[in-house]
Design a protein around this ligand. Structure first.
Ligand code: PLP
Length: 414
């Protein structure tokens, strides 16, 4: 078992908060593959028992295995798979996944530079694999577009205003132009996650797009593809087929003038059975056979979520009105989604009904900085390790630059 400190996740200079990770990040190589999830987590924990905490730990062989599974599903469905970098942009992880898939999906210039740099480095050593880079973001800025158009194979505009403002610039630079569509078909009850929520900021509403394509088709000459992304941690691909059916029903022959359709991410593909992916396979086949479209998918979190851990240590233990509190040397500031969505962290070693119950609290001054309730077979002690699981996606990126967005500049007025 070897572990090494990872390199900085995003560009030097832009990522001013990356030091938080550089001090604690550890990559793991050489874990035995195929072990059940809990054994795997326990193995990761035992192999990292001496590292300084708090530390994010990523299990590269398990990520590689997840990427192999996604690649095989993509092959079965006859589509191309791009890794959505925003889930976890550590270069070693992106590289591991990119070796298996057909390319990458970026959501900012930082991520696009990381991806293109990786492809260029690979070309420089004569690795002939042609990888593709797509980008979509609601936050395109005019001064970034020329560079992005050079870096990316395709830019998918989030709105008709982006299409009108930036389309000519992107076409002139030789990149393909796509449009993100909001299929207006919701799969997620919680609006905070739902890209199809009422008056969504994500994509052109399908009914509006259908009208515009019919009313002024010449304005969409050069539109290469459409993309949708409408789900989150889905364990069945039935929604993707229903969404494709809806797009076909609403857009019909307009689809024939396109080159591709991107079905987005949001599906836990790496952990699905062959039976679970049958609807995806059928949807892709329909798009290919009826409309001659190239089909893409762009999963993110399924490749990394289960293979990242946050390792922490107990720094204080006390009773508060009958409840045992264990203060950890981490915080919801390291696991933003625990607080944002009030979704407790998963804790390794938690035993339902276990005799030693604790509130696992973060060490910040925020009263609600609480990570989970957990019960263990043995009591915790000062210095005990507590391993928080399933934090491979969107945790480190939210400690650093989520979506590759640089933090705001800081100015003092005196
Ligand atoms: C456009 C787009 N594609 C792909 C993804 C990846 O989704 P996930 O990580 O849920 O697979 C996202 C995530 O927000 C997204 O916005």
């Amino acid at each position: 078992m070897k572990h090494k400190t990872s390199h900085q996740a995003t560009e030097p200079g832009r990522n001013q908060r990356s030091a938080a990770f550089d001090h604690g990040g550890v990559m793991i190589a050489g874990l035995p593959s195929g072990a059940p999830e809990v054994e795997r987590a326990a193995s990761v924990a035992s192999h990292t028992h001496s590292i300084a905490t708090p530390a994010f730990v990523f299990d590269l062989p398990a990520i590689d295995q997840a990427a192999a599974r996604v690649a095989s599903i993509a092959q079965q469905a006859g589509c191309r798979a791009l890794y959505s970098i925003k889930a976890l942009s550590l270069p070693e992880v992106v590289e591991t996944i990119a070796r298996r898939l057909d390319g990458l999906e970026a959501s900012s210039n930082c991520e696009a530079r990381l991806a293109r740099g990786m492809f260029d480095a690979r070309n420089a050593i004569g690795d002939g694999k042609r990888s593709i880079l797509h980008l979509t973001t609601p936050g395109l800025k005019p001064d970034e577009v020329p560079e992005l158009a050079k870096l990316c194979d395709a830019i998918t505009f989030n709105s008709l205003t982006q299409w009108e403002r930036f389309g000519p610039m992107v076409a002139a630079a030789g990149a393909e132009r796509g449009l993100r569509v909001n299929p207006q078909l919701s799969w997620i009850a919680d609006e905070r996650y739902d890209p199809c929520r009422p008056s969504s900021k994500l994509g052109v509403p399908l009914d509006q797009l259908a009208i515009e394509l019919t009313r002024r088709p010449h304005d969409f000459a050069g539109l290469a593809g459409l993309e949708f992304h409408t789900n989150f941690r889905a364990t069945s691909t039935t929604p993707v087929e229903a969404t494709v059916d809806r797009l076909i029903e609403m857009l019909g022959d307009h689809l024939k003038s396109l080159a591709w359709m991107n079905l987005g991410g949001g599906y836990d593909l790496a952990h699905m059975s062959d039976a679970d992916v049958v609807p995806l396979v059928r949807a892709a086949e329909r798009l290919r056979s009826e409309f001659d479209l190239d089909v893409l998918i762009e999963p993110g979190s399924t490749l990394v979520r289960r293979h990242g851990y946050l390792i922490s240590s107990v720094v204080d233990l006390f009773e508060s009105e009958g409840q045992s509190i264990a203060v950890l040397d981490t915080s919801v500031a390291h696991l933003a989604e625990v607080f944002e969505y009030q979704r407790p962290a998963r804790v390794l070693g938690h035993v339902i009904g276990g005799p030693h119950r604790y509130t696992l609290a973060g060490s910040s001054c925020l009263a609600g900085d609480l990570l989970a309730e957990a019960a263990f077979a043995e009591p915790l002690e000062l210095g005990s390790r507590v391993v928080l699981c399933d934090v491979g996606a969107y945790a480190l990126s939210k400690v650093q630059n989520f979506n590759g967005l640089a933090p705001p500049a800081v100015r003092l007025v005196s």
